[in-house]
Ligand binder design. Sequence first.
Ligand code: HEM
Length: 440
Amino acid sequence: MVVKSAVRWGVRHGLAQVAIKKGARSGDPHGRLVLGGSDIDPHPIYDEMRARGPVTMGAFAMVTARHGVITDILKSDDFAAGLPLEALPRPIAAAGRWALDEQNPGPVEPPSLLVINGVDHMRLRKLVSRAFTARAVDALGTDIENVAGALLDRLEREHPGGGRADLVHSYAHALPVQIIAKILGVPVSMQDTFLRWGDDLASSIDIGVGFKQFRRSEQALRSLNAWLRQHCAELRRNPGDDLLSRVVLAGESDDSELTDAELIALAGLVLAAGFETTVNLIGNGAVLMFEHPEQREILRSDPSLWRNAVEEVLRFDSPVQNTARHAVRDTTVAGIPIRQNVLIALMLAGANRDPEVFANPHTFDVTRANAKDHLSFSAGPHYCLGAALARMEGEIGLRMLFERFPDLRADGPAQRRPTRLLHGWASVPVRLGSTVSTPA
Ligand code: HEM
């Protein structure tokens, strides 16, 4: 149904595209940020947004890059996640409703946890939280070490003499996808297919994407959902000891009425959120180490600092750059009136360089005492459910990489991923150098 797809694109991206172009022409920083694509350094624009005021009017939404304001909005009952159709002008909302593909809701459409609110959100989140308890995540530590170790062994084998490799393809992508496969109880043989679906899906999370790209992401979504539907049906019949099976069982044990649509949306979100973000954490971390050899030296002499270094990577080069909220009633933010249904873009990555919170915010410092105060995992009721897992993957993944290849260095220019909201590297060419074998 190309017509319905075109309407969905128009409502989600087309209208925004027009506003962004108009805004960018008149100098609006948000418009320039969006049009600038993924290759520009966004931080001078975030600085400009912060300097303009606590919340300013952008091309198609209000926007803020201040740490305190973003934290308040994320924790406030006056704001909710997502942008319901009812919040749009009536004819656009009607067109959006007519074109809905209820069988294939996307990662930022209900019933995705990311955009539902109130009691529905609490009910679903409680079910998944049980599967992500500290114990369940801790138990994955050994798996992460084993997967990282096996990937490093393979790198060594395939590049004797420490030759050239692509760090993203061979390591940063492969580690989280294998861990997520384990969490969801899916065969590792699906890894490449997941990566393809994930990349296609990720491309449509940005605002104002082109129609061709949008169509590709809808196709990926349909394939992913079809696969998840049969996978979840199998888990209901025959649960394993993976986290997703635990969610299914938790839903059945207390009559929480986890519908198939909710389960599939949840599995899809965990799948996409689980590796499309963590790959960026590992890739961004590696590139920062190449750019800051003195920080790498600090970590070499005190490896216990890797935990804090990961927080600093998350702060300095945020894998998720922004999110958004809409006002559920007329309210004020930092004294500025905000009307009901107004959308506010929250620049998490901008908050992470707010000089009110971080001294010398543009300096990368693995010993920074308050690095953990970043907003890279958001805040409030939608705080990232996978934060503990991502932190562990980042710490183990980066530490083991630089311990195994102490002379690892960049070998040619790295290439950014085309996505803006998900911010990371598509390719990082490296020379592996000498190897330090790890004790068996
Ligand atoms: C470096 C890695 C990661 C980053 C930077 C990240 C970032 C985020 C952010 C910013 C949000 C909240 C968005 C908002 O408030 O609108 C979020 C939510 C979420 N994340 Fe992550 N994430 C990461 C890894 C993971 C992993 C590994 C998983 C699962 C295995 C995961 C699962 C989720 C889920 C299920 C939510 C929705 C929570 C809710 O809405 O209640 N994330 N993540």
